[in-house]
Design a protein around this ligand. Structure first.
Ligand code: ZN
Length: 338
């Protein structure tokens, strides 16, 4: 009986697949949540933490990673979530036998709530045993009813730690059985820096771009990142095309293609100039890396474009914002001699 339940638990326990390519200490670059995990852990160690805690915070601020770090506090050999010991690795891989990690793609259904219940009832009576529930508000009514029994009277030594975006959207019965722990999102400056460090094409975005996107997505770091990455995949394809074009003689076919590319992008002048700069920098890097035989010719073309760009900047005065898109395009699109 027991082994059957254990194997069921195993299939329900999630690992951090989406962060598998990141370093093992996946909470290393967690920002915000200052000292919250240490605080909650020490409350537990002093026997002052209630058995059901719901961490509430805005969507996309890193609550899931925070929950992993919090769980690691309990199993880490030094209770510091060091990231290196066996206890921490167990949490990172999601295989710790003293932890049930409940996380689903969509709705949390009754079968999952049952699996959690089974786990808590039949698991060896070790302490602490953690039940982690990610996005508890995604639980459907049946699952909630099932879970209420656990929340009403959790077995001894069990700690239920759940996360949610909005505590006030939870069922009153769940709210009344738990303690709400609110975490504030990190500052926009911290968020911007974090997003920049994670973007694969960070040089394509200014801090203002990132900040505006962040505001557009209600300060959600993960949604901002997803949006910028998606946009940058598109931009990247165009940059690749532009980079190739810039190394061709600017006449006939290649000139027309460059004109089309610029027209279709609907650039503002400073963006166009910046776009060209990025493409040139990338071309330069690529030549240095591959050591192509034609590099002398390529270097000449890059030099040509740099000269054109500096003329454009000079004509626009000292600030990039004075650039006129028509002038920039004309300067960039005048046929080259090579
Ligand atoms: Zn550790």
């Amino acid at each position: 009986m027991k082994s059957k339940i254990m194997s069921r638990v195993k299939t329900k326990t999630k690992t951090f697949k989406d962060t598998a390519d990141r370093p093992l200490r996946l909470w290393d670059d967690l920002i915000g949540f200052e000292g919250v995990d240490a605080k909650l852990y020490s409350l537990w160690a002093e026997g002052r933490l209630p058995q059901v805690v719901i961490v509430e915070g805005r969507e996309g601020i890193g609550k899931k990673i925070f929950m992993a770090k919090l769980a690691a506090r309990f199993f880490c050999q030094t209770h510091t979530a060091c990231g290196h010991c066996e206890g921490c690795h167990g949490v990172q891989q999601g295989y710790s036998s003293d932890m049930f990690w409940l996380e689903t793609e969509g709705t949390i259904k009754v079968a999952e709530a049952e699996a959690l219940q089974d786990y808590l009832q039949y698991q060896a009576q070790t302490s602490p045993r953690l039940a982690i529930i990610i996005d508890i508000e995604t639980m459907n009514d049946q699952a909630s009813n099932r879970l209420l029994k656990i929340l009403e009277e959790p077995p001894a030594g069990v700690l239920v730690l759940a996360s949610c975006n909005r505590f006030d959207k939870l069922l009153p019965t769940i709210r009344s059985r738990s303690v709400r722990w609110r975490v504030e999102p990190p500052s926009v400056v911290e968020s911007t820096a974090l997003i920049r460090s994670r973007l694969s094409t960070a040089d394509m975005f200014s801090d203002t771009d990132i900040l505006n996107t962040l505001r557009m997505f209600g300060l959600s770091i993960s949604r901002t990142l997803a949006h910028l990455e998606k946009g940058s995949a598109d931009q990247k394809a165009k940059l690749d095309r532009l980079r190739t074009l810039l190394l061709l003689p600017m006449k006939g076919e290649s000139l027309r293609e460059l004109q089309d590319l610029i027209k279709e992008q609907g650039f503002k002048a400073p963006d166009l100039a910046q776009f060209m700069e990025v493409a040139l920098n990338q071309s330069y890097r690529r030549i240095m890396e591959t050591g192509r035989e034609t590099s002398l010719q390529d270097f000449r073309r890059i030099k040509h474009w740099r000269r054109v760009l500096s003329q454009v900047y000079r004509a626009g005065g000292s600030t990039k914002n004075n650039l006129n898109v028509q002038l920039v395009a004309e300067a960039l699109l005048s046929p080259t001699e090579t």
